[in-house]
Design a protein around this ligand. Structure first.
Ligand SMILES: CC(C)(COP(=O)(O)OP(=O)(O)OC[C@H]1O[C@@H](n2cnc3c(N)ncnc32)[C@H](O)[C@@H]1O)[C@@H](O)C(=O)NCCC(=O)NCCS
Ligand SMILES: Nc1ncnc2c1ncn2[C@@H]1O[C@H](COP(=O)(O)OP(=O)(O)OP(=O)(O)O)[C@@H](O)[C@H]1O
Length: 325
């Protein structure tokens, strides 16, 4: 299963991309829909909202008055945090249930507006950011959704900045032109990068000959490949692991000024840590092993892994300290 996190600021175009990926065969998990389901009439979630904010936020027929709650929480950070604490755990539980039901070879796309805000980037094989300038997104909210400009600005201010979101992007879909361009870029990303990535994961090894153009793979706009890889590796290891993860500058040296399409990262297991389980966790996270692990020699065992992403050249070398004599 390939796990994609799809995100973008409000009105960036996430839903357009999610619908396209669904047409192409993805299993799409929509956090906004799950958030609505969590507060349906009769739900525990709605009861908690009433307990926190009072019955004034219900419509006469007992449903959540979404515009009224929106006016409250986008003007008050504390209220928004209380609402998030009620809704977000339910969204995550609902997403986990849907993902458990997806077939083994699925490409699962989680459409999560607050993916970066909630610190989830490193749990995905790839984070795809749909990106559009703030002014264009404001215009869409005003023109197409009939929002007041002040309300649109307030919602935008409740989210991370465009730059902070882009820091977490493994692929960027620029949406500053027409819808046809966005759909074409989504199709290309799907065929050139997502499907080959999924196929490599399923086969447990590398498909030879992948040669994706950076623009087709959504690499322009990304940055800090080795930083993102190190975070994915850290997230893949058990919390108890004492392994140290070191970003090498190889990618940066070859692709100045930043590492975008090549990186090398080393993982040094902690003392007493089981080498095979460490290497296995890294393989399972999207970095299949290349060849067999070297048997323990004078320097201890080591194994080379490569990221299954066909658009980048990422090597992860896993080493263990030599066994005590
Ligand atoms: C405040 C609510 C009732 C307003 O409802 P409304 O129908 O007007 O908006 P809708 O839910 O369709 O959200 C539209 C967009 O607003 C933005 N947004 C929504 N909630 C938040 C939030 N808590 N923080 C920042 N942005 C948000 C997202 O970009 C989202 O896609 C609703 O957004 C809500 O319950 N939010 C809390 C849950 C949440 O965080 N949802 C977003 C992802 S899980
Ligand atoms: N390139 C485009 N040209 C014109 N309109 C667009 C373009 N991309 C998106 N839109 C429109 O802008 C609005 C916002 O797009 P969309 O709903 O996909 O955003 P979103 O990122 O899912 O927003 P939200 O965070 O609110 O869920 C929609 O009405 C959509 O049809």
């Amino acid at each position: 299963m390939l796990r994609i996190g799809l995100t973008g600021g409000i009105a960036a175009g996430k839903s357009v991309v999610a619908r396209r990926f669904a047409e192409l065969g993805a299993v799409v998990v929509d956090a906004d829909l799950l958030a609505r389901a969590a507060v349906e009439p009769g739900s525990e979630g709605l009861a908690e909202i009433v307990a926190a904010f009072g019955t004034g936020l219900l419509t006469p027929d007992g449903a959540l008055d979404r515009p009224a709650l929106g006016r409250l929480v986008f003007a008050d950070d504390g209220a928004r945090e209380r609402l998030n604490a009620i809704v977000h755990p339910r969204v995550r539980a609902g997403a986990a249930r849907l993902i458990d039901g997806a077939p083994a070879g699925a490409v699962v796309v989680e459409d999560i507006p607050l993916l970066v805000e909630t610190g989830q980037a490193s749990r995905f094989h790839l984070v795809v950011v749909v990106d559009a300038p703030d002014e264009l997104r404001l215009q869409r909210m005003v023109d197409q959704r009939g929002m007041r400009r002040e309300d649109a600005e307030q919602r935008m201010a409740a989210q991370v900045s465009r730059a902070d979101r882009l820091r977490e992007a493994d692929a960027v879909l620029a949406n500053d032109r027409g819808l046809a361009d966005l759909l074409a870029a989504s199709d290309t990303l799907w065929h050139q990068r997502l499907l080959p990535f999924r196929n490599t994961l399923d086969a447990g090894g590398h498909e030879p000959g992948a040669n994706v153009q950076p623009a087709e793979a959504g690499l322009p706009g990304t940055s800090g490949l080795s930083r993102r890889i190190a975070a994915k590796l850290r997230a893949a290891l058990p919390a108890s692991s004492a392994a140290s993860i070191v970003e090498s500058r190889r990618g940066a040296a070859r692709h100045p000024p930043d590492d975008v399409s090549a990186a090398a990262v080393s993982v040094l297991s902690g003392a007493g840590e089981e080498f095979d389980s460490l290497s296995g966790a890294i393989a399972a996270a999207g970095f299949p092993r290349v060849g067999a692990a070297a048997p323990p020699g004078a320097g201890g065992p080591f194994a080379t892994h490569r990221w299954a992403d066909p658009a980048t050249d990422v090597t992860v070398v896993v080493t263990a300290p030599p066994a005590p004599a």
